[in-house]
Design a protein around this ligand. Structure first.
Ligand code: ADP
Ligand code: ZN
Ligand code: ZN
Length: 731
């Protein structure tokens, strides 16, 4: 084959399920181009950055083939396991490889930027430096103490010791410290030993490190049972074997506190990957991992795409967490993809949770995952006691019963902290006219049959739609009857905060939700400010995890009743997980914790089971029901979504999809719909969906495989925005 007849098959970031052929750029030998290298190519009037997916013979019938403009990488950027795993993901998601690569690569690299330098400026004490002359606890002393443990990069110092630069200059003038440029891997020092593990923890670590090759380990441990200690030991073992470790955490779990704990214990630079990083920093961590310099990477969902040339372990903390599922673009699940990678890499994958997803429990029960348990809290902490408050026919004050208010009072008066949990942000869920019954609905998200209420904010002055973001001032008078009897109905976190401040003027009341704590570290500083003082936290599920609050002794759960009657088959699972997680915040240290749960449905089976038997009992019962109903994990689902300005193009497109799938005649595949989406209209778009279900994954994929080519070409598809979600989480 002459090189004239050889072309580069390039994956481009386009919604087209094919590769694009280009000749090598002028003056470049096609044989010298590596699969996995980025390439700049002409595409219509533009240029695009793509990745060489293959090098192969020119198609006989091909029309004129253009030349690429430039090859951007001499060494492939993507190769080996990661490239193969991403190819797998493209097949699994039925998505173009180019779009998958776009999702996986950091933006700076996707746009063609060079693989960044990973040298950093690192500070260390000079040999034999004595700290005796430094004033104790002054800034230079604090910095020197940190550096005495190990050298630290400027990035890490920025995170750990704000204002360290002046101190560094002082130490450097005194000849005590110096800075050098080096790669982070060389700054390892000694870790600080953690607590001696208890028997269960030791067994868990054994179960993980015993794996020589792939193995999934479900680490099921109640909140505070010491799962993180188990991860840390397993990671230390992995580092000692000269391997890299990747730790995935939920979006709100990646706090400076978590990172500091990892750094201190492991005695090594820990690279963080989260949505707060800018493009350059993100690409730098990616490059450091790709070069094997980053030994421990802790990150949120998309960190699952980190290259791991010397992989030893992957940990997925809080594996049940909803933030692991990407909800647009390529709809991957980071936990599931972590398992795929673990298998390809031949390394253990640890899935940790107090409330494992039913998928994971099912896998463990079927013997596919090793199941280890931590049944009690570590150290001296005791499990919290739970009390259900029946509030039927009771007077409520901003949603709080008299008993609950008295209990909060007793708790703060004895110096404790209270968490009031309400999973509704804003002032009130609805603005209602008391004269005529009109209520404020979002114009862009409502249909005649499904009015979607605007949430009341700012003490009643503003209205906001939590689905499309629309905002407006609250009307002074009812738009329908002109009456002035407009009243916020129901209670959100803002209203709770307002009332609690009135009721408890002498203690701090802090609200924690997406409205109050937009910035990543805002929550940390709020909580740091509170310290151990008596006080009240009001918040949404943002408060359900993360930060340790040793003085938190009462968790009050108000208004979860909506969740008991949702149509989504996963609603029960989500509610059970949330309740257990929130309850787990109580009594994490020596003081015993209590959970008070207010409800109008004290006899609801979910609550009864959860309280009598815990999450385990709930999950077992739920699995039986899922099996009977033919829902996941006993069936595999794919959801085809369509949206358009009017309903008719959706119906046409989805009807065509149904016909294509039916025509393929794959046994056991069932198709439901087209049906309106649970939110039939959002931001001005009508939304509909088609659900495809099969007891076997293979049948599901065969059906999609058969239908998709026709759908991609169909004119009906051009009139809607459509997307495919394999293993959808929200139906
Ligand atoms: P989880 O990750 O399961 O919530 P952590 O690992 O954060 O639990 O542990 C909860 C608390 O218990 C932490 O303060 C931790 O330092 C402490 N802890 C964990 N294991 C032990 C142990 N074996 N002995 C004493 N304290 C422990
Ligand atoms: Zn009215
Ligand atoms: Zn809206």
């Amino acid at each position: 084959m002459s090189s004239d007849d050889t072309v580069l098959r390039v994956a481009l970031p386009l919604p087209l399920a094919r590769l694009f052929d280009y000749r090598a750029p002028d003056g470049v030998q096609v044989d010298s181009v590596q699969v996995g290298a980025r390439v700049r190519v002409p595409f219509g009037p533009r240029e695009l950055i793509g990745v060489v997916a293959a090098v192969g013979p020119l198609d006989a019938g091909a029309r004129e083939t253009k030349s690429a403009v430039a090859i951007l990488d001499t060494e492939p950027l993507l190769h080996g396991e990661l490239l193969e795993s991403l190819r797998w993901l493209a097949r699994y998601a039925h998505a173009p490889l180019g779009e998958v690569l776009t999702t996986a690569l950091p933006a700076a690299l996707r746009q063609g930027g060079p693989l960044p330098e990973t040298d950093e400026v690192v500070w260390r004490l000079v040999e034999g430096a004595s700290l005796d002359k430094l004033k104790r606890d002054a800034m230079p002393h604090r910095l020197a103490t940190l550096l005495a443990q190990r050298a630290r990069s400027e990035d890490e110092l920025d995170d750990t010791l704000p204002g360290w630069r002046t101190a560094a200059r002082a130490l450097s003038t005194k000849g005590l410290a110096e800075s050098i440029r080096t790669t982070p891997a060389r700054v390892a020092g000694n870790g600080t030993p953690g607590p001696a593990l208890n028997d269960e923890q030791r067994a868990a670590v054994e179960a993980i490190v015993a794996h020589d090759g792939f193995g999934a380990v479900l680490l099921e441990g109640v909140t505070g049972s010491g799962k993180t200690e188990v991860y840390l030991q397993a990671i230390a073992d992995c580092l000692a074997r000269g391997k890299q470790a990747l730790v995935l955490v939920p979006e709100i779990g990646l706090t400076p506190q978590t990172l500091a704990r990892f750094r201190t214990r492991l005695g090594i630079e820990v690279h963080a990957l989260h949505s707060g990083l800018n493009d350059t920093a993100r690409a730098r961590v990616w490059a450091a991992a790709a070069r094997g310099e980053a030994r421990v990477i802790v990150g949120t969902r998309s960190a699952v795409f980190t290259p791991l040339p010397e992989a030893g372990l992957i940990v997925v903390d809080e594996e049940h967490d909803g933030s692991y599922k990407q909800q647009d673009g390529i709809r991957y699940h980071a936990r599931d993809f972590a398992l795929v990678r673990g298998k390809a890499l031949g390394i253990p994958v640890v899935l940790g949770s107090a409330t494992p997803s039913l998928e994971t429990l099912h896998n463990a029960q079927a013997g596919r995952f090793t199941h280890v348990r931590l049944s009690k809290r570590a150290g001296d902490a005791k499990p919290p006691s739970v009390r259900v408050l029946d509030i039927r026919k009771r007077a409520l004050d901003a949603g709080l019963s008299t008993e609950l208010i008295a209990k909060v009072r007793a708790t703060v008066e004895s110096g404790g902290q209270v968490l009031v949990f309400r999973n509704r942000r804003g002032y009130a869920p609805v603005l209602l006219c008391h004269d005529c019954g009109w209520s404020a609905a979002c114009k862009r998200c409502s249909t005649p049959d499904h009015p979607h209420p605007m949430t009341v904010h700012a003490g009643g002055r503003r209205l906001q739609c939590h689905h499309c973001g629309a905002r407006q001032a609250a009307p002074m008078a009812c738009p329908d009857c002109g009456g002035l009897a407009l009243q916020p109905q129901g209670v959100g976190t803002e209203r709770l905060e307002e009332r609690l401040i009135e009721l408890f003027p002498d203690v701090p009341v802090l609200r924690v939700d997406r409205g109050s704590t937009r910035r990543r570290d805002a929550l940390e500083s709020l909580l740091a400010e509170l310290g151990d003082r008596a006080g009240i936290l009001v918040g949404t599920q943002m408060l359900a995890k993360g930060h340790d609050l040793p003085n938190l002794t009462l968790v009050a759960v108000v208004g979860i009743d909506e969740g008991l009657f949702s149509a989504d088959f996963r609603a029960g699972e989500k509610l059970a997980q949330l309740l257990i997680q929130v309850a787990g915040r109580a009594g994490r240290a020596r003081r015993a914790g209590e959970v008070w749960l207010q409800t109008h449905h004290p006899t609801h089976p979910l609550l009864q089971t959860l309280i009598a038997g815990g999450y385990r009992a709930f999950a077992e019962q739920e699995l039986v029901e899922r099996e009977a109903a033919g829902f996941p994990p006993f069936a595999h689902l794919a959801l085809l979504r369509a949206e358009a300005k009017s309903a008719e193009p959706n119906t046409r497109f989805l009807a065509l999809a149904k016909a294509c799938i039916d025509d393929a005649r794959i046994a056991d595949v069932e198709v439901f719909g087209p049906l309106p989406a649970p939110m039939p209209r959002r931001a001005g778009f009508q939304r509909a969906q088609l659900l495809v279900s099969a007891p076997q994954r293979r049948a599901l994929h065969a059906a999609l495989e058969a239908a998709l080519p026709a759908l991609r070409d169909a004119p009906e598809g051009k009139r809607v925005r459509w997307s495919l979600d394999v293993d959808p989480v929200d139906l």
